[in-house]
Each structure stands twice: as structure tokens, then as C-alpha cells.
Design a protein around this ligand. Sequence first.
Ligand SMILES: CC(=O)N[C@@H](C)C(=O)N[C@@H](C)C(=O)N[C@@H](C)C(=O)O
Length: 714
Amino acid sequence: MKLLFIGWLTVGLGGLAFSQSNSLPGRYSIEDVLSAPYCTGLVAEPQAGRIGWVSTQEGVRSVYIHNGRSGQTTKLTNYQTDDGQDISDLHISADGRWLTFVRGGAKNGEGVSPNPTSNPAGAEQAVYLVPTDGSRAPIRVAPGNHPAFSPTGKRLLFAQGGQVHLVELAGLSTDKPITTPSRLFTARGFQTDFRWSPDGGRVLFSSVRGYHNFIGVYDLSQKAITWIAPGVDRDQAPVWSPDGKQVAFIRVPGKKHGEMENVQGGHPFAIWVADVATGEGRELWHSPADDGGFAQDYPAEPLRWTTTNKLLFFSEHEGWMHLYALPPTGGKLTDLTPGAAEAEETFVPADGRYLYYSSNLNDIDRRHIWRVALTGNEAVQPEPLTTGTGIETDPVVVGDQLFYRSASWNRSTGIAKRRVGDTSETLLFPTEAAPRFPAQALTEPKQVIFKAADGVEVHAQLFLPGSTTQISRPALIFMHGGPMRQMLLGWHYRGSYYANAYAINQYLASQGYVVLSVNYRAGIGYGRAFRRADRQGPRGASEYQDILAAAKYLQSRSDVNPLKIGLWGGSYGGYLTALGLARNSDLFACGVDIHGVHDWAWRGNHFSPGGGWAIGEAEAKVAFESSPAFNLDFWRSPCLFVHADDDRNVTFAETVDLVQKLRDKGVPTEVLIFPDDAHSFLLHKNWVRTYQALDGFFRKQLMNQPEKPLTSEK
Ligand SMILES: CC(=O)N[C@@H](C)C(=O)N[C@@H](C)C(=O)N[C@@H](C)C(=O)O
């Protein structure tokens, strides 16, 4: 696939020439720092003593399984290329014999899956099954997603076109190990959130129907659906009681005419319980305010019913994302994860005795694993299971072993284990470092805290070049996307998008820049008030104060050249990059804007109703004024724009429009465009090209050095 590299190059005004002697020769390349395997999708089947995960290395995605009893790790797939086909949604059957996964990206509104290689045959999203003994290659079951094994592991449900399908798993010895998939039942709406009953005889699901959702139970023997407490609400996240006689679910108010999605807002929610036999339900608890939405969207398991008969759910009603316990008969609500911190990924073993979770408690710019007892009446006492300067997330427990995703400031995210209670970890995967990965050449980021003009405290991570000579260096400000994200003092856990960003900030420091990664307001990690800061984004861009404060911090450093401060970021970070250049080209010498939002008012009308931020007609003016596109008269600094045109999060037109308008004004722009890739680039080589272009652009603009020749395409 040929890349379009259209340079609209106008030599930018340089300001103070940056001394050649300050640009340190890179001790490693961009490909080197992106060469380590990166592990995601950690899943456990404790009954079978197994865990599974996905390892992505330079775009090659592989599925692994580890047998906790034998200690053996087996690679179950043999994909060989940077093919742009994501692998996700792993599950292991209770008997441990099968693993299922989804390969390929979800369809968009036109029913098309991402096809980043521009494969003329197109691309699909499909469900696969693979025996855990590695005896055969994965079996493509059917187009679809959301696979779910039955309790015996002999059946598999999956979604196709919003309907529930079933496949039976025969013995491996037969030449036909699975039956032909068939639709299990038909219901109106879009079925999701499948849950097998403990006896495997019924399937619990959510039926999404526009303004409302119903919870349904399909009985396989009666071939009948029972609707659970149908109302005018959006019922979601249903779970079974341990005895299969009841279900619990989260009830969110139904949609009103004209109501639009708002990623930053919240909505009231309630916890309900119902009898399956009668479908009759009742409310056990409701949030005191609009504390739902993010609390249910962010975690993998928004609601659980433990075998120790407790309902566990997330809520922000006390100002932080905490997990709460509620008796299924109603009554006292218990905060299981107290403290000025957020709880994220969770795991509860079958015995229901403990909750394991990841949190930034007592270490707000990292993540560690904690545990809290769910039985007995003793006071809630969270116990730290991992500490130190690493980043640990996604806990799962098999027997007495705790497995989790483990990273540090100079190690990409792998899979580690330790006996519960031990202070040291064993790195299970990868078993050896990638040959080119420059672990010894990386710099440990330092925590920096400063205040914005309105007094809001902002956390950041500072990456300093290795050289100790105090010289006046160029500096770069990195801004994450979302904006409900948080960069950390180590390799990021939220997929390759942010793991790559962390790696490139390391690389830029190695090139001689002072790099500051800014956790601006509207991000997570610092409580609900910070995340839902007033007048953010399209309502006034209040978070821009934090970027100005970051610049002020850098200007105060004697090792920074105040005339050579650049901006870079992706998506929401691209938005803030463009906003900085539009509003303060006097402060920011240049920028790299990767698929940024540039016109909130346009997004509110053309991306989705309200643009995901509930931007209505009444707010269109303030939304436009909060956008980079609002006033381009003062934009002088050069900008490199990078965007893929099958972007389903930030429309490609946002960059086409802005670049054309900047060209009309003679503003120096460059573009790097990837036909058919998506928002978070699915092709590793596109990330490499992006960062090579970013490296060359900053070298030219901030170090007055010629761009390095691009490495040849592999
Ligand atoms: C509806 C909406 O805006 N959802 C946001 C999560 C979103 O898509 N944000 C993008 C602008 C963005 O920053 N995307 C990536 C980088 C992310 O981290 O979400």
C-alpha cells in the first residue's frame, strides 16, 4: 500500500538557532523502542487452572495459554505478519480444552470491518476456537463477536448481527470438532451481555432497542423468552444469582427525545434484582445523583453476584471510582475500595472470599494490585499485593497464584505471577527481552506537579535526556487522548495506543528533548471532580489552562529553550495540539497533531448526534469557540497532521478541513495519511511511519537538523 506523503513545506521561522551540539545521537531507534512484545486480554479459567493472553510484537498478534498446574505455556496461533487484524475477547472453557477469541474489528454503521491493508477481498470480524493443547490451528467458527462458553464448556454462544448463535463442541478426535453454527433464538433489537445460567439451561441477555433496553432470559428446553421487569429504562449488565433463580442488573433511565450521549456526563442508575420464574423485580439501591455512565462503561465487569451472595458494582457517588458491596436483599452499602483513589480491573475467585483489583491507591500516578476480604464482618481493610515502581493491572487468581499484567518504566507490559502474599514476582511472559529493546538506555520518568492559573493541581511525567550537561534544550509537551485517560510513571496498560506514546516519549528524551507528558483535567485517576471539570472540551476548553501551565513550568527550567517548545498528541491530544498552535503560536514553536478533533460544532452535527459530548444547538457557538478551527488568524507555527481515513472515532474530514483552511492562510503544514487504517492504527508499520515523521519534523523545526531518511518499508 503506498502512503501519500504530501509535504506542504514552508520553511518555518526558526527563532533562536538550536545548537547542533545539543542533539544527542539517538542511542536507539523508534523501531527498537517499539520492538518489545505487549500483552493484553489476560483471562483466566481457574476451574481448569489456565490463563490466556494476547501478545503483540511489531504488529504480529499471537494467542498464548499457560497451564498453572503443569507450568507449560503454549502458543496457540501462528499469524506471521503485521496484518492489522486485532485479536480480543479471549475466553477459556471450564474444562480447559478450548479457548475462543475474536479476530478483526467491529463493523461500523455501514456494516464494514476495518481493512487497514486495503485487502481487495475486504476484512471481517469472526469468532475462532482453538484447542488449548495446541493440537490444531484455530477454527473459524463464523462472523461475529461476544463469544461465551457454557458452564460445561461443550457449547459456545456468540453474537452475529445482534442475534444469539450457538455452536456445539464435539470431541477433538473427530474430524468435525464443532457443529454448524445456528441461531439460538430471534428477538427484536440488538442482543448483547450474554450470560449462561449456572446450570447451562438458560441464557440471560440485554436486548438493546433504541430508547430502552430489556433484560431477557431464554430457556433452551422450553424455547421461550421471559422478560425481566420490562420498563421504560435502559437495563444492562445482567448477572445470575449463584442458584440461578434470580438475576440482578443495572437500571439506567431510558432516553428522552433529543437526549444525546455525553462521554463526560453521568446519569442516575439503580441496582435491581428480579425472580427469573416470574420476571418480577425490585430496586435495591439507586445512586444519589448522576453517578452512573462512566462507572458502568469503564470497568470490564460493572456488576457481579458473588458465590458469597454479595452484589458488587462500581459507582463514583463518593467522588472516586470505587467498588461497592450490597446484599441481594438490600440494606447496607459497603465501600470495598476506600481512599482517594480509583478502582479499575477486578477479579473475584469462585469461592467469593476476596476481591482483587487494580488501583492507584497511595501511588496516584501508577497502578498496583490490591485485595480486600468479602466475607466476615471485619472492617474493610484493603491489602496491597504489589508495590514499588512498576505498573500492575488486570489481576486474575488461579489456585494460590496471582497473575497480572506487569510493566515498569523500562519494561513493556508482560504477564507476571506471584504467590498471593509474596513480595517478589516472576515474569511469565515474555521469557526473554526483545533483542533490540533498549531497556538500559531508557530514562525513568519523574513525577511533576504544578498548578494551573485557576489553582487546579496538574500531574505530569518528566522525561529528561541522559546527558547531564545543563544546556538550553528544545522541549515537547505530550497530551493523551480520551480525554478520560491518565498517563503513568511507566509503560501504559491501555493498549498499544498509549504504550506506543509512552515509548516515543522515551525515544524523544533520548534524542535530547525535555519531554513533559501532562495529565490535564478531564482525565481519570484524580477523582470525579477532576474528570468532570467544568467547561471542559467543547464547553470552554478549560483544560487548556493546564497546557499553558505545563509550558510555564518548562519555561521555568534552566535546561529548556523557551522558544523551542513543541506540542504533540493523538485524538483529544491532537485537538489540544491544534488548539495550542491556533491560540498560542507565540508560545509553541510547532506541533504534531495525530487525528485530532478540530471543530466541536461540526462534530456535534456530523460525527453523531451531539458528537459524543451532547453538543446541542444552544451550545454550538461555545463549542466552535472552544475549537482550533474557530480562529486561525494567529496560527503561525508549523504543524504535521497525521490521520487514517477509516477513522471511526474522529472523522478524517476534521483534518481535511483544517489543513485546507491553514493552507489558504499560508500556514506551514505537512500531512501523513494512511488510507483505510482506523483511529488507533491497526498496522504497526503505520505507527512506525507516524513516529518517524514526527521525529523528523521536530528535528527540523526544533533542532534545525535535516530529517533522517525514512527506513525502507518492510
Ligand atoms: C464519543 C467520544 O468522543 N469518545 C471518546 C472516548 C473519544 O473518542 N475520544 C477521542 C477524541 C480520543 O481521544 N480517542 C482515543 C485516543 C481515546 O483514548 O479514547
